[in-house]
Ligand binder design. Structure first.
Ligand SMILES: Nc1nc2c(c(=O)[nH]1)N[C@H]1C(S)=C(S)[C@@H](COP(=O)(O)O)O[C@H]1N2
Ligand SMILES: [Mo]
Length: 519
């Protein structure tokens, strides 16, 4: 009896395992077949995108604040855990009562299909990978559950141990094979999707004309000699990424168009070739996200090549009391930017290249906006396809609809990069450093304070332009033990405010304070 019970419980564990590998097979097969369609046909992408759409703003803010650029990873991990748990339960249910298990699996399949076909632009065809994946998963589950019952029966009938062992072995071999096939299908799907990706190929083949106005030479000495301070130019792979797009939009160069319309005398549409033929400018500009907490890393500096938006607007000739440009991306994100900022002499541009290469897909390929001095959510629309000249009184944008401020000038900020929070430094003389930014106003001074003592002026690195961040360094001298260092930056209007503000609604403020140990 005891032995039977034990086997029963063990049967449940194994049934859960069967459920999990079968679910893996569903996703793997769907991923493989989906590779021949589009990303939205992939069950995880469709589920995740649907989830994001229905996420209340507070949860979105929380996700960005907590996970930063890893918000999408966090979402996938959350979905993965949920799926594993559900699959385990379904496995046990199917083991106890097969029909119920089938009903559960079909229900899950239906939920995924609903998510897939409700995506923008999806067709019934996009549901095929999920339907076939679910069917294959069910077959695998049936085989696994059967072999479990077989080994259970063998155990119950107290037949030779060998028989129980054999059928149990059959189960493990089958489960193992299912897991391997699921993994191979998923990996194969990824590889095929990559190889079939003509957008990537077109992107890699792109070459750019020499700009009419090249980037001003970067002065020597923009970087301080302090190990651990982040590079002045952020390499593309390290550039922070923030957006609401779970599957990165794949835009065909030939079909990309930007429509300029609204309160203008002349409406028009431009193509990518028009941009390549235009007089381009190249500038270093530091982007910052409004969700960047004090001391956070949602900021990056790159060399952008693009076409000045003021030239586009000069051609369109805004009319009447227009005071805003609403930029919209292919995936529906939008940003509202003050019209005068796009018309003044700053280098607001439609960027087509980042650090000498085509925009990476996740940074807005083929065309995005870059506006010096404004947080990304009101200015840096990636995958941009539409500029509407309008009024703040008439139109609102993605994040302003969700409670963020209408205007988003970047707040002046000093960041301590060395020492790291709770880091270790040698006791005695030690040089600390970091970056400071006040885009389009410029950093004039950075001050440092150790353990609440006198504020001391740090050494500023060379300034490339007021639109880029500026590094700073300072030699401190501390005894062994724990210490605190604070930093504050100045722009031409004075010191950055000490007042602590949260990121919502218009960006974090306050002086960063870093605790560290000297030994
Ligand atoms: N299409 C689109 N563009 C977007 C966003 C978005 O969610 N979708 N996010 C904006 C925000 S909040 C920021 S901070 C910048 C980030 O640009 P990056 O990902 O290239 O660093 O992009 C902006 N442009
Ligand atoms: Mo942002």
């Amino acid at each position: 009896m005891k032995a039977l019970l034990r086997l029963g419980r063990k049967g449940s564990t194994l049934a859960a395992l069967a459920g999990i590998v079968a679910a893996g097979l569903v996703l793997g097969v769907a991923e493989l077949l989906g590779a021949f369609l589009t990303a939205r046909a992939a069950p995880l992408i469709a589920l995740g995108s649907t989830f994001i759409d229905f996420t209340p703003p507070w949860l979105q803010d929380f996700a960005i604040a907590t996970f930063g650029t890893n918000d999408k990873v966090a979402l996938f991990v959350g979905m993965g855990v949920t799926i594993v748990i559900l699959a385990a339960i379904l496995g046990i249910v199917a083991y106890r009562k097969w029909v119920l298990g089938v009903a559960g699996v079909v229900l899950m399949g239906a939920v995924i299909v609903a998510a897939v076909i409700s995506r923008a632009g999806a067709t019934l065809l996009d549901a095929v990978p999920t339907v076939i994946g679910t069917a294959v998963g069910l077959l695998a589950l049936r085989y696994l559950i059967r072999s479990l019952h077989a080994s259970h029966d063998a155990g119950a009938q107290e037949t030779a141990r060998e028989t129980t062992g054999t059928s149990r072995r059959t189960f493990f071999v089958a489960a193992g094979i299912t897991a391997i096939v699921a993994g191979a299908a998923a990996a194969g799907g990824r590889a095929i999707a990559g190889a079939r990706n003509t957008v990537n190929m077109a992107r890699e083949a792109l070459t750019f004309p020499t700009p009419a106005s090249a980037a001003p030479a970067v002065p020597s000495g923009v970087e301080v000699d302090v190990e651990g301070v982040v590079p002045w130019v952020t390499p593309n792979p390290d550039f922070y990424r923030i957006d609401t797009a779970l599957s990165v939009p794949q835009i065909d160069l030939e079909s990309w168009e930007l429509r300029v319309h609204g309160m203008v005398e002349e409406e028009f549409t431009i193509t990518f070739q028009d941009l390549l033929d235009a007089e381009l400018i190249e500038r270093h500009i530091t982007l910052t996200c409004v969700s960047n907490p004090v001391g956070g890393n949602l900021a990056g500096n790159a060399k952008w090549l693009g076409y000045p938006i003021r030239e586009l607007l000069a051609r369109a000739k805004p009319t009447g009391d227009a005071d805003m440009v609403l930029s919209t991306s292919t995936d529906g994100f939008s940003a509202s930017t003050p019209l005068p900022i796009l018309q003044d002499d700053r280098d607001a541009m439609l960027a087509i290249s980042m650090n000498g290469e085509a925009l990476p897909l996740e940074h807005g390929y083929p065309v995005r906006m870059v506006v010096p001095g404004l947080y990304g959510y009101v200015s840096a629309t990636k995958w941009v396809v539409d500029l509407e000249v309008t009024r703040f009184a008439d139109k609102t944008a993605y994040w302003t609809d969700r409670g963020w401020a209408e205007k988003g000038p970047i707040k002046t900020m000093a960041r301590v990069e060395v020492p790291r929070s709770f880091g270790q430094v040698p006791a005695g003389a030690f040089t600390i450093g970091g970056s400071a930014w006040a885009q389009h106003r410029g950093i004039t001074k950075v001050e440092v304070q150790v353990d609440g003592g006198e504020w001391e002026e740090a050494t500023l690195a060379a300034e490339a332009s007021v639109d880029t961040w500026r590094q700073w360094s300072h030699e401190i001298n501390v005894d062994a033990g724990s210490h605190t260092v604070r930093a504050r930056a100045y722009d031409p209007d004075g010191a950055q405010t000490e007042d602590r503000a949260d990121t919502v609604p218009d960006g974090a403020s306050g002086w960063q304070s870093v605790q560290f140990t000297a030994n």
